[in-house]
Ligand binder design. Structure first.
Ligand code: ZN
Length: 431
């Protein structure tokens, strides 16, 4: 069914609302597991009825195992004079994600062995060590280099224990069983574009889609990177053939141009819809599949090969603020968030309404003027050009998207013109 655009919030208040939501989510200490993810999902669930799904520690998910849960109570370094050098109370970036516990007085040399810095001397990097046990901190190189020799009290008050990996899921039933998967990751602390932007845009999409009459069934997933999608794939193994379209939404708040990365298949309906929608946005980029990036790597691994593309602006790793304290709320733009949301919704709208027709009067052109469909003096408002393309290409082999691609006309204009021709018994809907 077409999206009811009356239910879609205008860009300006929406962008501001999404930035406000990011401001609330920013300080929550998210990680691969733990209460930070649960708290994030609780905030989202205020307006979107998502279900929290827990995958217990030790659960085998294909070649991976759900890890132990990391519970962090506090982490800091105190200098020889008792001054706090860094403290996670100031920013969750200051501790190495999944740091093992430590409580010791160590030399400056040993501090240096456990501190991670960024190539920009003023930025704090975001680092994790999920699969190698070590303790560590992150701080700016300038701060580290200012430290004097002496005894440093290092404390990571944390626990790695059996627990679970937490995801949020929402299913919006459509008329059909065929599924459209919308997915983003929820495991980064205090980073705005790389993570929160995807979380809030997916939240806004969920809220809008919940108000539509839908053809396809929508499955929305907010889950920790890599492990979350793998756990979802393992849980849904029996019904994965229903997934006919999918979109990973990530890094959608920066000022860079909109970008779509095709699924591994490259020619799924979502790939064609995204190419059409982004093709009408100035400066946008449509690129081919590559086995790099985020959660699309799991959905598009050869055993699944799901038709899942990726909508982003500047992708992971390609903006200088990436994985550092500079990826903060000042880096994201309300208008970029709103436009990313709108593009995703337009892609959904095309997938929802694409159809094929057959011309019922294919021998010569039908006489449009007799039916009031032809203006002898075109005034720019007459959809005559759309009628001509539709009548010419509606041979069962070209769907509306193919006609949009071939004609350069907007998909919605063709869809509306097709409905008019259907009413005049000039086109018949197929399938
Ligand atoms: Zn990241």
């Amino acid at each position: 069914m077409p999206i009811d655009w009356e239910t879609v919030p205008p860009p300006e208040p929406l962008g501001e609302e999404l930035v406000e939501l990011m401001r609330e989510l920013f300080p929550i200490p998210r990680s691969l597991t733990g209460d930070g993810v649960r708290e994030t999902l609780r905030v989202l669930a205020r307006e979107v009825p998502l279900e929290v799904v827990e995958t217990p520690t030790g659960t085998q998910v294909f070649d991976w195992v759900a890890p132990r849960e990391w519970k962090l109570r506090g982490a800091w370094i105190e200098g020889p004079d008792g001054e706090r050098i860094v403290d996670v109370a100031d920013s969750p970036l200051h501790v190495l994600g999944y740091s093992t516990p430590v409580d010791a007085v160590v030399s400056l040399e040993e501090v240096r062995d456990h501190v991670f810095t960024h190539e920009d001397p003023d930025l704090v990097p975001y680092r994790t060590s999920y699969w190698t046990e070590q303790w560590g901190f992150c701080m700016s190189r300038r701060r580290l280099e200012s430290l004097e020799p002496g005894g440093y009290h290092v404390v990571v008050d944390a626990e790695l224990a059996d627990g679970s990996l937490t995801s949020g899921e929402l299913t919006l039933e459509g008329e059909r069983e065929s599924e459209f998967l919308l997915s983003t990751y929820v495991c980064h602390p205090a980073l705005a574009n790389d993570n929160l932007s995807g979380i809030v845009v997916l939240w806004a999409l969920a809220r809008t889609l919940a108000r539509q009459r839908l053809e396809h069934t929508y499955r929305l997933l907010w889950s920790p990177g890599t492990l979350g999608p793998l756990a979802w794939l393992a849980r849904n193994l029996e019904t994965l053939d229903r997934v006919q379209n999918g979109l990973v939404v990530s890094c959608v708040g920066d000022p860079g141009p909109l970008r779509y990365k095709r699924s591994r298949r490259g020619d799924a309906p979502v790939d064609r819809a995204a190419a059409h929608v982004l093709g009408r946005e100035p400066d946008s980029i449509v690129g081919d599949w590559q086995p790099t990036g985020g959660d699309e790597r799991q959905y598009c691994s050869p055993g699944f090969d799901l038709p899942v593309g990726t909508l982003s602006r500047t992708p992971h790793g390609l903006f200088p603020e990436y994985h550092s304290s500079a990826d903060d709320l000042s880096f994201v733009r309300p208008e970029a968030l709103a436009a990313s949301y709108r593009a995703a919704l337009e892609i959904v709208n095309v997938v929802e309404t694409n159809a094929s027709f057959r011309n019922l009067s294919p021998y010569g052109e039908p006489q449009l003027g007799r039916r009031g469909l032809y203006q002898s003096v075109p005034d720019g408002t007459n959809p005559e050009l759309a009628y001509l393309w539709l009548l010419n290409l509606s041979d069962g082999r070209h769907d509306l998207l193919a006609i949009a691609e071939r004609s350069g006309l907007p998909f919605d204009a063709l869809r509306e013109a097709a409905a008019t021709l259907e009413r005049h018994d000039l086109l018949e809907r197929l399938g």
